[in-house]
Design a protein around this ligand. Sequence first.
Ligand SMILES: Cc1cc2nc3c(=O)[nH]c(=O)nc-3n(C[C@H](O)[C@H](O)[C@H](O)COP(=O)(O)O)c2cc1C
Length: 322
Amino acid sequence: MKTKITELFNIEHPIIQGGMHHVGFAELAAAVSNAGGLGTITGLTQGTPEKLAKEIARCQEMTDKPFAVNLTFLPSLTPPDYPGLIKVIIDAGVPIVETAGRNPAEYLPTLKEAGIKVIHKCTSVRHSLKAQSIGCDAVSVDGFECGGHPGEDDIPNFILLPRAADELEIPFVASGGMADARSLVAAMALGADGMNMGTRFIATQDAPVHQNVKEAIINASELDTRLVMRSLRNTERVLNNGAVERLLEKEKALGADLKFEDIIDEVAGVYPKIMHEGTMEAGAWSCGMVAGLVNDIPTVQDLIHGIMSQADEIIKSRLQNF
Ligand SMILES: Cc1cc2nc3c(=O)[nH]c(=O)nc-3n(C[C@H](O)[C@H](O)[C@H](O)COP(=O)(O)O)c2cc1C
């Protein structure tokens, strides 16, 4: 399938694996890229430029296909060394960067001068237009369904994607709630040039996370996610568990007085315990409503190839027969 996104990123299939904290390691990024999609290493999980350089080198040993690095810009008292991380991305010849969080304008000239293509992930039409105006090459439009941070507008993809299609000139992929060939064909019908998946890629044999995490996703239904940290304007969609229930109780009790320190036990530093040790009650972790559509743990290769061949079938048999 050729789309503006496959052309832009020089990939075979219009399927992207979004950056995921403590999931997006070289193993997953390489598996997605080797299967013809675009894999992504999560920069901030590595933390320092030295560690990121090593992870990029590991990925380059596992694939000769293009892959991306995700840079998430979060408000922080001790911000990561973004210029250092960007330098190793450029020095290693990584062709694509996925930015997310804050507007990446500050770092865009450096990335563009190095010939890097930038796809910015955002949750609204206005932020997508901003990304376009500052020179991003593409956007990943992340609907309210998504795992992780859906923003504060709560617009699901059935509205958000056609709105983006009406306004944007640069290509975009649909993100949030995407799981299979039906998602891809629907996203393309709504105006996207491909899709970005997070949660679906965690439940694969190639994702370097604990088996408990994969099983939690396949055992979850579309009713099992919760939104946390809304009053901090840092809303996150997470899988419900004991820690999330506790967190929600605190949010209810403290209301507008809630501070980050009140919920630190449930959210700070919990990812390594969950993703690597499989301690599922350790805290809140991002997960999309799409968990309700995920019922197996295939290899990334089987997942991507299955999606592409079923998409073909949907287009040629189902849609053309109406
Ligand atoms: C466990 C997990 C961790 C994530 N971490 C990040 C991150 O560090 N940076 C980022 O830009 N997006 C992150 N995301 C969001 C994904 O890249 C992607 O946009 C989102 O999962 C899409 O929604 P879906 O889960 O419905 O496919 C994360 C998502 C999950 C599920």
